[in-house]
Design a protein. Structure first.
Lengths: 320, 256
């Protein structure tokens, strides 16, 4: 079976889904799809290039803040320049952070990326730039229109749904292309043995920086979509909780696989939704961090290769 | 146009008073050597004599404290390792450094890819990159690994991994081979095959061979340099080295 068949069927199903969804579940699917874009962007760093970043939320937050701040209160902005602006700003910060942090390795890289994300967090949290700790509202959502013809209005639920779906499909396709390209194979080589790659003639720093900037821009795309969906931003988008959550998503799903990143985003978001639900769990819902944490520990202990490894494990068990 | 007479004696790779200090320790001290195409130039010495440090400096993995390195008319002392590799300095490692989870072919294809243009063409599939595949197959053929091309590299025998290490080095189309103990841990038959390969490779490459197997060294080397405590105490043809009294007292007499 060709590797793209399952993703294509999944995308077609998602495209047909709004016909049967309630507004609440449609909203949930949009949220999951946005987090899937975010998780995929980190998968390029962690899974493909072996660069474990604990500051990836900075790029999500910058994309979201730029979307809101560049819109201002002068009416709806055109998505045609707002989206590139959000992704471009995230990419610019990624160039800056990547250029400095990629000179370090391993646990130092984790700490430096975390430090740069915290720096960005406090800029938005402690200054009036982005409305301080309360954040700011997005008063008018982006549109695409020519003259009087409105092609896209992200205030409409259906438009938002299909825009998010297109972003997810586009991100997945881009990363699948990267993984099969020479660039992707070089990243895989760097993940396994960077020194050997340098000895073969690869200027590895440039490859890693390129991956870091692409990942940052894609996280900026997720930030744009999140700001539009929620109609507001606040500094928590850049917090290390968010960076940790997206790392947990790809661990939960299975590092080293694009499908794993998507499945991890689905599982994490659904689990969080479940444990936060007072209707289902009553007073326990207040302690969702505890229940979610224990569940993730159980998953990681039982499925070290993530949910994506479940299939191999089940079929392996059947043969045993 | 250079005079063919000096061309014959002009080494492809040359170190000039190359020195490396680690704090108070001088690992390599004022080493001046030349490496010629058509020669296997063995560097021998006890552990800690500075052989690996010398290779690390020549390949660019470690900066020199002082002295200079010249390759094909260029002063490459300040070149970073990837640039030296693309220019034609290939090295192998004492500890096997293959990519165990990739196929044998992909190990070589990846190394062959380093010198190709358009590294950013993400719409092109790596597995169908004919240029790097052709180079990789040629390197595997030379190293005698063609039959194992599709195997996962981690499943090769120890000798097979050492052969792959050389094949990966060849896949970068080097002009100089810096080989750090390629025979380490090899059986008699594998050693024979590797020596035959080195004999063939020296026709078109300058070969620096760091090796502990003295029988092999004296059989294959055209020139032997003996290092003791970071310094060159002798550099000559094998017969002259064998007869050299300093070498006998300092090295060959002790434990060999």
């Amino acid at each position: 079976m060709r590797p793209w068949i399952v993703p294509v069927i999944a995308a077609l199903l998602l495209a047909a889904l709004p016909a049967v969804l309630t507004p609440y579940t449609q909203d949930l699917v949009v949220k999951i799809a946005i987090y899937a874009v975010f998780a995929l962007s980190l998968e390029l760093l962690v899974g493909a290039a072996g660069l474990v970043s604990l500051g990836h939320a900075a790029f999500l937050g910058i994309g979201a803040y730029v979307t809101v701040m560049a819109t201002g209160d002068g009416g709806a902005a055109s998505a045609l320049w707002l989206l590139p602006a959000a992704m471009g700003a995230a990419a610019l910060y990624a160039i800056f952070v990547g250029a400095l942090s990629l000179r370090t390795k391993g646990v130092y890289f984790i700490m430096v990326t975390l430090a740069f994300a915290q720096m960005a967090y406090f800029v938005f949290h402690d200054t009036k730039l982005g409305g301080g700790s309360d954040g700011i509202f997005l008063y008018s959502k982006p549109v695409i229109q020519f003259g009087k013809t409105v092609l896209l209005d992200l205030d409409r639920k259906a438009d938002l749904y299909y825009t998010v779906l297109a972003a997810l499909v586009g991100t997945y396709a881009l990363l699948a292309l990267i993984n099969r390209s020479r660039f992707g194979h070089a990243l895989a080589g760097i993940r396994v043995n960077e020194q050997r790659m340098r000895a073969a003639g690869f200027a590895t720093y440039g490859y890693k920086l390129a991956a870091f900037v692409i990942a940052g821009a894609l996280a900026g795309l997720a930030g744009f979509l999140l700001a539009v969906k929620d109609g507001a931003v606040n500094p928590e988008l850049l917090s290390w909780h968010e960076s940790g959550a997206v790392l947990l998503m790809i661990i939960l799903g299975g590092i080293g696989s694009l499908r794993g990143a998507v499945i991890g985003a689905v599982a994490f978001t659904l689990l969080k939704e479940l444990y936060q639900s007072e209707a289902l769990l009553g007073p326990l819902a207040a302690h969702w961090q505890l229940t979610l944490g224990l569940t993730i520990i159980a998953f990681v202990a039982l499925l070290p290769k993530g949910l994506i490894g479940l299939k191999a494990r089940l079929s392996g068990g059947a043969h045993a | 146009m250079r005079d063919p007479k000096t061309d014959a004696t002009e080494p492809l790779l040359r170190s000039n008073l190359l020195t490396r200090r680690f704090g108070g320790l001088t690992a390599v001290n004022g080493v001046t050597l030349g490496f010629h195409v058509g020669e296997v130039h063995a560097v021998i010495g006890t552990n800690g004599a500075g052989k690996s440090t010398l290779i690390n400096m020549l390949s660019g993995e470690m900066p020199a404290t002082s002295g200079s390195i010249h390759f094909d008319g260029h002063d490459i002392t300040d070149w970073p390792q990837p640039q030296r590799a693309r220019a034609g300095l290939g090295r192998s490692y004492q500890r096997t450094t293959i990519f165990p989870e990739f196929s044998v072919l992909e190990n070589c294809r990846l190394c062959a890819q380093a010198a190709l243009p358009r590294a950013w063409a993400v719409w092109e599939s790596a597995q169908h990159c004919e240029a790097s595949l052709a180079t990789a197959r040629e390197a595997l053929e030379r190293a005698g690994l063609s039959d194992d091309a599709q195997r996962s590299a981690g499943t090769l025998s120890h000798g097979g991994k050492r052969q792959l290490e050389i094949a990966m080095c060849l896949a970068t189309k080097p002009r100089v081979l810096l080989l750090d103990e390629p025979l380490a841990g090899m059986g008699a038959e594998e050693t024979e095959r590797m020596l035959a390969l080195l004999g063939a490779l020296k026709q078109s490459h300058a070969v620096l061979l760091v090796e502990h197997d003295m029988d092999a060294v004296f059989r294959i080397a055209d020139r032997i340099t003996v290092m003791v405590n970071g310094e060159v105490i002798a550099s000559d043809a094998p017969a002259a080295i064998r007869a050299n009294r300093d070498v006998q007292t300092a090295y060959l007499g002790e434990g060999h």
